[in-house]
Design a protein around this ligand. Structure first.
Ligand SMILES: Nc1ncnc2c1ncn2[C@@H]1O[C@H](COP(=O)(O)OP(=O)(O)OP(=O)(O)O)[C@@H](O)[C@H]1O
Ligand SMILES: [Mg+2]
Length: 223
């Protein structure tokens, strides 16, 4: 049976890709066939979408690009705005079909969300709808920086309101100068009411294999 996880974050740029790749490595190290998915990537550099490249490199299952990344948008903008500039509309059904096909190829599918949890995709659907329609439990990446308590608690509330189970969170230190990091993480551990999968230190050139070792995937009950 295939297990899927939806990786969301407290914001854009908080470490969703880093954590997604580390989870792919951690499950692969357990002998699982794993594949990453980025339903909507916005921001093309030199003909490539960074998140998609990193997820593909961290996967041990080879799959078609249109399944891994059904929507590749050129400008680094919010999905709905980037889609409008491209004269297209993001359709959740297209993503659902791509996920259904991808699911058949792997034992674990890690789906990286876009931006924060409630980012709009079209006039009707947002990131919460996507997680819900894919039927996935959610892992929240908290970028540990000033303001993260509010962002994390708001996001956790939005996840629970969506009806998706919030099964774990990762504390990712993205600001080396932030004071009282430990205290912030402790407070969140008390309040988020889900498994803390790991605490990732600030590390610019970190090896994803080493980061994977800092995540306890046994807490997800799928290893
Ligand atoms: N713990 C960390 N220490 C140092 N740099 C980090 C850490 N986590 C993430 N970064 C860096 O911060 C940047 C953003 O991380 P990442 O791409 O994983 O975020 P994201 O949430 O996936 O962003 P997006 O919303 O664009 O998908 C990257 O350059 C990444 O290498
Ligand atoms: Mg990313």
């Amino acid at each position: 049976m295939t297990t899927g996880f939806f990786i969301t974050g407290t914001d854009t740029g908080v470490g969703k890709t880093r954590v997604s790749c580390a989870l792919l490595h951690a499950f692969a190290a357990e002998g699982k066939a794993v594949v990453g998915m980025k339903p909507v990537a916005a921001g093309c550099e030199h003909g490539k979408w960074r998140d998609v490249e990193l997820l593909v490199a961290a996967s041990n299952v080879v799959a078609a690009r249109e399944q891994i990344n059904p929507y590749a948008l050129i400008p680094p903008l919010a999905p709905q705005i980037a889609a409008k500039l491209a004269n297209i509309e993001i359709e959740i059904e297209v993503i659902q079909q791509a996920y259904a096909r991808l699911k058949k190829t792997a034992e674990v599918v890690i789906v990286e969300g876009v931006g924060g949890f409630l980012v709009p995709f079209n006039h009707q659907h947002d990131g919460a709808d996507l997680a819900k329609l894919l039927g996935l439990p959610v892992i929240l990446v908290v970028g540990i920086r000033l303001g993260c308590l509010n962002h994390a608690l708001l996001t956790a509330r939005a996840i629970r309101t969506s009806g998706c189970p919030l099964i774990g969170w990762v504390a990712n230190s993205i600001d080396p100068l932030m004071m009282a990091q430990k205290e912030n993480i402790q407070l969140l551990a008390q309040r988020l009411d889900c498994q803390l999968l790991g605490i990732l230190p600030f590390e610019k050139n970190s090896d994803i294999q080493l980061i994977a070792k800092l995540l306890d995937i046994t807490k997800l009950g799928a290893a």
